[in-house]
Design a binder for this molecule. Sequence first.
Ligand code: PLP
Length: 393
Amino acid sequence: MKLNRNYENIDDSYLFVEIAKRVAAYKEVHPEADVIRLGIGDVTLPLAPCVVEAGVKAVEEMGRAETFRGYSPDSQGYEFLRDAISKYYESFGVKVAPHEIHVSDGAKSDCGNIVDMFDDGNTVLIPDPVYPVYIDSNVMSGRKVIFCDATEDNGFAPTPDKKIKCDIIYLCSPNNPTGSVLNYEKLKEWVDYANSRGAVIIYDSAYEAFITEDGVPRSIFAVEGARTCAVELCSFSKTAGFTGTRCGYTVVPDELCGGKFAKMWARRQSTKYNGTSYIQQRMAEAAYSEEGISQCGENIAVYRKNAKVISDALDELGIFYTGGKNSPYVWLKCPQGMGSWEFFDYLLKNANVVGTPGAGFGKNGEGYFRLTAFGSEKNTEEAVKRIKNLLGT
Ligand code: PLP
């Protein structure tokens, strides 16, 4: 037996462990400190009432012989949820047929599993800084990864360099960690580039519900030409607070690889996945009902307000940042030329506020810092007050 040697090439995932270690060390010396955490990428507000109601009803159905359900008829998801997702797309003007939607237990699983679709010889292009799953899942399967630079110069929203040869492209908009977005024109450049090369774009739209600006697509399929070159991964996690509930979906258009991609993905899922639970799917359906969109929207409005509180303060302080407008993430340049970890320690020590060092997301993240809007309103306001006091002098 030989173990998969590719695992020797992935870095230890030490970012959040290191953050926890430094916070714990600080708290040990200063047990009285009221440390506010604006580093987490997890939601904090509870599920919408109509989602809870749908979950309770589904559990009750499972408890009665007449309505009990075992394995779902197919691993792609119940029709009721695929119809609801298709209607959700329609609400922002994008046509995706129910049969093109594949329901899962979340975008992270789909992100990790989609690499099964590709030959190991493909070259993968990933923006830096980035959500680390894109890199690690490809390195684990031995694929060559190259990077394109997201920097202050391109607003952390790069466009393709036509000289670069790649086969698989990862894009995430609104972006984690930078909060930047790809507008229609930039996305069209990527779509044209992918089509011209016969490459595939894996488009992560997990944060689409945070988009407020016109001209920023909520789906890559709003862009002409995307149906021949893209798959889209999306999630109920940030839209409806499902980080603990688990539900997501991948859209594979009929036109991709002449229909072969959709067939392969369905085959992969039916072989390795036995479907998302009925209860979760009923809850997800409720989240995309008219009532659900409105109730989940109330939570998103709170996060948006937090993001504005953070970004307004950075505007006042004259600090460069991206995000905050179409995203729960605010990505700021560390003041006074500090490095990411240096600023982390400075903020922890002098303001008792915890964020995420940008260096943990790639080399271009060095010197930057991520704050999130997922904290409570009270904590966000207090943290921002402390940051303004510290950096405003
Ligand atoms: N994609 C991005 C960009 C994320 O930031 C996250 C989670 O933070 C995910 C996917 C994972 O989503 P899920 O909870 O559906 O697995």
